[in-house]
Design a protein around this ligand. Structure first.
Ligand code: SAM
Length: 246
């Protein structure tokens, strides 16, 4: 595992990740819009469309939004389900959760639950949820295989896993443009807007080191999931991986 340009162990990586998100929490939502040119909204909408939560609330639909941070995915699921889904936002970072709770209050979403938890070691019983979502979160988790097997464990049989994450651009020219943008511009925007160049260097480096579409698919299968597949968005800048627990 690495952070920046040196090798670190899982505990050390988590500590560094935590300091990044404590540092950016207050500006996190603004920075997402700036860095992605608003695209993160479309990527997140696409994920929740794929989830397609039931709209009536007649049958139970419990979702765990892991690494849910400031609530973007949870709010979309709530609206799509006519506020009937039972949603738990879990994150390891209390600063991100605090921003999320405040945003939920402002939207009148009082049925959301915010829980401090580590994706590698979840405090829920086996077979607790119909769906597990994680958006731009798994890349930050030091031991991805542990997070995937915990996801598998807490899902009910038939439960679905959906993971949105930065991935690998596989298109001539576009890949070069993307590298230029991410290595040069992103840290500068981070410096000017968030006054935090280091955190955004981490962001770019962590994206570059994350396994590509096929390798990540194999990891999800190794955790026990069936019918694993992925959809690229924006030429593979982002990929949505899905799987089912049978
Ligand atoms: N899902 C939100 C979104 O799409 O806007 C937030 C994504 S944010 C880039 C990544 C989140 O992962 C942070 O809130 C961070 O605290 C969380 N995170 C990092 N390591 C984690 C871990 N081991 N367990 C749970 N959450 C973790």
């Amino acid at each position: 595992t690495s952070f920046g340009f040196r090798e670190v162990n899982p505990g050390e990586k988590q500590g560094l990740v935590d300091s990044v998100f404590h540092s950016v929490a207050g500006r996190y939502d603004l920075m997402n819009d700036l860095m992605s040119g608003g695209l993160h909204r479309l990527w997140k909408d696409a994920m929740v469309s794929r989830l397609a939560p039931p709209r009536s609330g007649r049958r139970p639909f419990k979702v765990l939004d892991m690494a849910g941070g400031t609530g973007d995915i949870a709010f979309r699921i709530a609206e799509r389900s006519n506020r009937t889904a039972d949603i738990t936002v879990a994150d390891i970072n209390s600063s991100m959760l605090e921003v999320g709770r405040e945003r939920a209050r402002a939207r009148g979403l009082d049925r959301l639950e915010f829980v401090e938890a580590n994706a590698e070691n979840l405090p829920w019983a086996d077979a607790s949820f119909e769906a597990y979502t994680i958006a731009f979160g798994i890349r930050n988790v030091p031991q991805i295989d542990k997070a995937l097997s915990e996801a598998f464990r807490v899902l009910k049989p038939g439960g679905r896993f959906l993971c949105l994450e930065f991935s690998h651009v596989d298109a001539p020219v576009a890949d070069k443009v993307y590298d230029l943008y991410s290595f040069h511009l992103v840290p500068k925007i981070g410096r000017v807007v968030a006054k935090d160049e280091e955190s955004y260097r981490y962001l770019v480096e962590s994206i570059r080191r994350f396994p590509d579409q096929e390798r990540f698919k194999a990891m999800i299968e190794a955790a026990g999931f069936s019918r694993v597949g992925y959809t690229n968005m924006t030429l593979g800048v982002v990929a949505l991986h899905v799987g089912v627990k049978i």
